[in-house]
Design a protein. Structure first.
Length: 275
């Protein structure tokens, strides 16, 4: 087993996991930090990418592991797929929700929603260069070097991604947003979201592995943040009480299974192309 790679994985994962708590500590000693836009939250967001870059520099690693090249040649279709995944799955979920009467679209107003969606794309594109991206690229590439099988990679990367989010759900995320997604305690939603992120991570990991680039994953995440978050949190749709865990476009079991199947579909394609 490559000791250098093992060391890099341990150091990287440790920095990722503690970064949010360092950010929370910074916020606790700084007065009047803005909610959802604090210095501590910024530290939490950028630390994984900075850690991946720093480790690559000091360990004289391969910059290709970070996946900064867009690799457009032969991969344009994956950029289009990344842009369409969340709209298509969300449409399916909404149709299921309407048929079962678990989702009410009577408050949905298309024009304001399009305005919210389009106005947040650029911000979310920039944000999602950092949000989880070094885990799907750098951490995945290091686990591949250790000959981890796909399932261990999904579980490891997804778990680190979920654990990295714990300070976000326990400290940074406004209570009103939590209640809009799932009316439970911060601890309970943290558990649900870790499971959700593990299932979602398959898509992001496989997009990186099939393209060797972070950018399709950034596009995927950008559309997700601009589409489903305002859809639920801003009240464009209403979900029947108690059905959120089943059908919510953010945290629903049905929704997560669909994203898992898409990720496994990309995996099947990658394996066939490799052979």
């Amino acid at each position: 087993m490559n000791k250098k790679v093992c060391r890099n994985i341990i150091v990287f994962s440790f920095i990722v996991i503690i970064s949010g708590w360092i950010g929370a500590l910074v916020d606790s000693v700084l007065p009047e930090q803005p909610e959802s836009d604090s210095l501590g939250m910024g530290i939490w967001l950028v630390s994984p990418m900075l850690a991946a870059i720093a480790i690559t520099i000091f360990s004289k690693g391969n910059w290709k592991d970070l996946g900064f090249k867009p690799n457009f040649k032969g991969n344009i279709k994956w950029y289009f797929i990344a842009a369409l995944v969340f709209p298509v799955v969300t449409a399916i979920v909404l149709i299921i929700g309407v048929i079962t009467r678990w989702i009410d679209l009577s408050t949905f107003d298309l024009k304001p929603f399009i305005l919210v969606f389009s106005s947040t794309l650029l911000f979310n594109f920039i944000k999602n260069i950092f949000d989880g991206t070094p885990l799907f690229s750098y951490l995945t590439s290091q686990l591949v070097k250790l000959n981890f099988n796909d399932w261990k990679i999904y579980l490891t990367v997804g778990s680190v991604w979920g654990i990295w989010h714990i300070p976000y759900f326990l400290v940074f995320l406004p209570e009103t947003d939590i209640q809009a997604v799932l009316p439970v305690s911060r601890t309970i939603i943290s558990i649900f979201m870790i499971i959700t992120l593990i299932l979602w991570s398959v898509m992001f990991i496989e997009l990186y592995r099939v393209t060797k680039s972070i950018w399709p994953g950034v596009v995927l995440h950008m559309v997700e943040d601009s589409l489903i978050n305002p859809l639920v949190i801003s009240g464009f749709i209403s979900i029947a009480a108690g059905k959120e865990i089943l059908i919510s476009p953010i945290i629903g079991i049905i929704t997560s299974i669909l994203y898992l199947l898409i990720g496994l579909g990309i995996r099947t394609y990658r394996i066939k192309q490799t052979k």
